[in-house]
Design a binder for this molecule. Sequence first.
Ligand code: C2E
Ligand code: MG
Ligand code: MG
Ligand code: MG
Length: 288
Amino acid sequence: KAKNQGRGRVETYRDGMMEEAAERQFFEEELIHAVERGQLELYYQPLFALPGRRLKGFEALIRWNHPDRGLISPADFIPIAEACGAIERIGAWIIDEACRQVGNWPRDLYVSINVSPIQMRSPAILTQIHQALESYGLSPRQVEIEITETAMVDNSEQIAATLAGFRALGIRVAIDDFGTGYSSLAHLREFKVDRIKIDRSFVGTVGHDASADAVVRAVMGIARELSIETTAEGIETEQQLEALVKLGCGTAQGYLLGRPMTSERAGHLLEAAPSNILAFRLEANSGT
Ligand code: C2E
Ligand code: MG
Ligand code: MG
Ligand code: MG
């Protein structure tokens, strides 16, 4: 197509590519320095036990406070961090920061930390977690790790070793976005995990669509048989929540119950309503 539009057209196209490459390199360099520049921030989204909606903990979700571009979502920079190697430094920072925060909360709450497949390939993550538990005087029950199915696909020996390391530390492991990767069921057999997080794409139609309900019911059944806990992510309506309660889901997460919020806001809510979860829920909703 570019050929038909003449030589000038092609050159413009090529210049555009070079600009893009240069911009990407600039972005990578900024990303590598984001940690020491204090530009990264963890937000916390509440997790509630069903059916009573008692607060159980928070999932830590990273944001990049970019000086020019504003708040950048993890979907826009985590893949770049993984590609350019910055994920190791960023991942270590996330573990330390999330563990520091959970140390400020009531001891029966946990923090759930998302981990990149790249972090799972190295034993460094075990040292980082062990050190964070020691530094902040945490029980391993206060920390959970979320890995996606993609992490389990390759290097399965290294992944298995890291998972065994978590187990030895007493750290629970969840499979995130369950059902969206390849051979989800094979992973359940191969790796012992503590929790399945049912992906938002199934939750979105639950209670509306008989086949979505059937899939979720089947996942719940397998989880029950294997003594694996379940969390449904992305709950946005009371109808979805009700359907999930009926299907036997153990933990709920979603905008309906609380959006991701700053640690400051989570701290204020915990101080204001440590036991009054309904109030917490209402306030959590008026946040970001
Ligand atoms: P995830 O781990 O599956 O996290 C859930 C995502 O769904 C979050 O997006 C959350 O804000 C969003 N969400 C929660 N409830 C609802 C809802 O009711 N409706 C809708 N539409 N969305 C909801 P976020 O924070 O943009 O994170 C996106 C993904 O980026 C995460 O998906 C995770 O894979 C990755 N990520 C986030 N934080 C980290 C991190 O610290 N480390 C790593 N390696 N990855 C991270
Ligand atoms: Mg997650
Ligand atoms: Mg998820
Ligand atoms: Mg998801």
